[in-house]
Design a protein around this ligand. Structure first.
Ligand code: UDP
Length: 399
């Protein structure tokens, strides 16, 4: 596995760490448990990181030195060659591989090169795509657009997380001719399962008798935490609480945090919004269980692990009708989808949930039943078969 720009070992929910980190970490474990040997190469970002971390038997993370530790994400293009050289040394030495699986386009560019040098099949999971982000109002550089085209021309398989993402990919990038694989991410059901709301609120020191709405994610415009705050204000429920769990992310992250605090003050909901720093992944289950509803107002979302984790905990989700959220949320059955991200419409559906506990319980139960289909073991089994197929299939001729 290549995960150049962010490590599966770091705390998700802030900076460049989110769903992709959870995906790489959980898949590495699930692949190892399925009998594969999985090494993830990531860029070293501190002197304290050991070269090799054995996460569990059959699953290790290798920190590769390439460029200064504090190099910002926008400048990682400068170290792709160095990172690729170091990974190639490992692959020729202690950690030979049968297949390269690149996560995000930066790793994809490295895999594109190593595929040819080492004669290995190459799987790409983009996680986010420049054209999808651009459609959601977050334009990316021309260089990234070109890089993605190169990767698409070279990858032996392109993994997407759901049919929504597949359709979006085909519409924006064309038909990759038999190379597209739908590999749905999973959720760790040992942590994310329905539980006692009261107990969770006591554990988190939250009031027992007020509606609690939860937002979980990196604070950046793409995730639209401002829509969550506006929806809370539109609820016009003076006791309702909004928990915002996560930290600043990306170039606009700090500005977004400042904007959010200003918005809270402007809308006069200071007493109703609590900002919570990023939480260890498994601890989040208590936050989900404590909530009446989880709000996911993202501008675009290739999958949306937060929506899946909430559902697995039996909590209704009110989400923007974009990307993978269209697959994860069954409108009126497990939660609600809001087509145009209108805060008043979010508030309307939140009210439906808050004011109708029996209905909310039914939404949550159906959500948990649907979420049970998604496991990391299943994702690993699909990938295992794909990797085996690629070993015997003719390679894609780049271009
Ligand atoms: N997450 C976490 N702690 C936090 C906030 C988020 O572990 O404080 C995790 C969350 O559980 C989820 C991931 O970060 O697994 C976010 O994934 P998602 O697909 O929702 O968004 P992305 O970050 O990929 O845009």
């Amino acid at each position: 596995m290549l995960s150049l720009h962010t490590s599966p070992l770091i705390q998700p929910g802030a900076g460049d760490s989110g769903g992709m980190n959870v995906y790489v970490r959980e898949l590495g474990s699930a692949l190892a448990q399925a009998g594969l040997d999985c090494t993830t190469f990531t860029r070293r970002t501190s002197a304290a990181q050991p070269e090799v971390v054995q996460v569990e038997p059959g699953h290790r993370v290798v920190h590769v030195t390439a460029g200064s530790y504090d190099l910002p994400k926008e400048r990682l293009d400068e170290v792709l060659t160095e990172f690729g050289d170091r990974v190639a040394e490992h692959l020729r030495g202690d950690h030979p591989a049968d297949v390269l699986h690149a996560n995000y386009f930066l790793s994809g560019l490295v895999a594109h090169r190593l595929k040819h040098e080492l004669d290995l099949p190459f799987v790409s999971t983009f996680h986010t795509l420049a054209k999808v982000k651009a459609e959601g109002g977050d334009p990316e550089s021309e260089w990234r657009h070109r890089a993605e085209q190169e990767i698409i021309g070279c990858a032996d398989a392109i993994c997407v997380s759901c049919t929504e993402e597949e359709n979006l990919f085909r519409r924006l990038y064309g038909d990759p001719k038999g190379r597209m694989e739908v590999v749905a991410p999973g959720v760790e059901h040992a942590f994310f399962a329905p539980g006692d709301r009261r107990g969770a609120r006591v554990a988190l020191d939250l009031p027992l008798d007020v509606p609690v709405v939860l937002f979980v994610g990196r604070i950046q415009p793409l995730k639209s935490p401002d829509v969550a705050v506006r929806a809370l204000a539109e609820l016009r429920h003076p006791d309702a609480l909004l928990l915002v769990v996560g930290g600043a992310s990306g170039g606009d992250g700090d500005a977004e945090v400042a904007h959010l605090h200003a918005l809270v003050a402007e809308l006069g909901v200071q007493g109703q919004v609590r900002f919570v720093p990023p939480q260890p992944h498994h601890i989040l289950s208590s936050y989900y269980r404590a909530a009446d509803a989880v709000i996911v107002p993202s501008r675009s979302e290739s999958f949306g692990l937060v929506a899946l984790e909430a559902a697995a905990c039996g909590v209704p989700v009110v989400a923007a009708g974009v990307g993978g959220l269209l697959t994860l949320v069954d409108h009126g059955e497990t939660g609600y989808l809001v087509p145009d991200r209108d805060p008043a419409v979010f508030a309307h559906y939140l009210r439906e949930i808050i004011d109708n506990p029996t209905h909310a319980k039914a939404l949550g139960e159906r959500g948990a039943a649907r979420a049970a289909r998604y496991t990391w073991a299943f994702a690993a089994a699909r990938l295992r078969r794909l990797y085996a197929d690629l070993g015997v299939r003719e390679r894609v001729l780049c271009g």
